[in-house]
Structures are given as C-alpha cells and as structure tokens.
Design a protein around this ligand. Sequence first.
Ligand SMILES: [Fe+2]
Ligand SMILES: [Fe+2]
Length: 170
Amino acid sequence: MAVSPTVQDAFNRHINAEFYSSYLYLSMATYCESIDLPGFAHWMRIQSREEYAHAMRLIGYIEDRDGRITLLPIAQPPIEFASVEDVMQQTLSHEQHVSTLINRLYAVAADAGDVASQVTLQWFVNEQVEEEKTARDVIAALSMVAGRSDALLLLDREMGARTPSAPTAA
Ligand SMILES: [Fe+2]
Ligand SMILES: [Fe+2]
C-alpha cells in the first residue's frame, strides 16, 4: 500500500530535520577544530555522518513505500559557540527537540493507521533515547573536568576514539 500524502509530507519534513542535524554537528565539528579539540571534532564528524545516515534511511523507506521524496532547503546552523560545554548543551537540547519531532511523526503515522511507518519509526524512538543519554554522559564528563586542561586533554583523546556504529538493517 502506497504511503498517504499526509504521512509522506510529514516524513519529508523530518528528513529535512535529519539533514539539518547532520549540518549542525558538522558546524560543531569545525568549531571544535578551531578551539584545538580534535577529539571532539572527530566525535562530531561521526555524529554528523550518523544523522546523514538517518535521513538516508528515511528516504529509502519512503521510496520502498512508493512515495516521492521532496528535498527541502537546509537551514544555516550556528557557526560560533561559547565553549565546548555550550556545544554539548546545544547537542542535548537539539536531540530533545528531535525526539519531540519523532514523537509527532509517529502520531501522524498512528492517526493515519499506517502500521509500517510506526514500525519503521520505532528504531528512531530507541535511537533518540540513546542520543539523549550520550549527550548527557558527555556533559557529565565535562562538568567533572571543570576547566582543568590536563583532564580536558584526556577527555578529548577519549572522544577521538569514537568509531562509527555499524550500519543496522533497515
Ligand atoms: Fe537523527
Ligand atoms: Fe541525533
């Protein structure tokens, strides 16, 4: 059964939100490079690629449902940040915002009686729980560092060790 126009529109808007997330984290990566935190920059580049993969996963799903993708303009992300703590706080707020968007998208699918879309979105619901937890963990680590440059250097190395997560079956 082809996806309904209402559900298709809601997915198209959400695909844009995932591309924006990718752009936002890429901007944060370049900021982290500019303040000499290459580990955080590496972590943010992986985060950016994962958001791109989320968008692509949704595109694939809509295409499988015989829907039509409309790529919308991607807004400019913030360029400057106050500190690496600010970067991670904005990451957490952004992920909380995206969780709200996923919940709304799920509600659109549920209202339309679109079971396949609800099942597809369950992966994203779980992913958002992980994303919020990860951001909170980094914020906690930064608050323990509390501006000590030796501790920050170690944390930056740890952030630099992040490996991309294995692609999961759609
Ligand atoms: Fe995402
Ligand atoms: Fe995310």
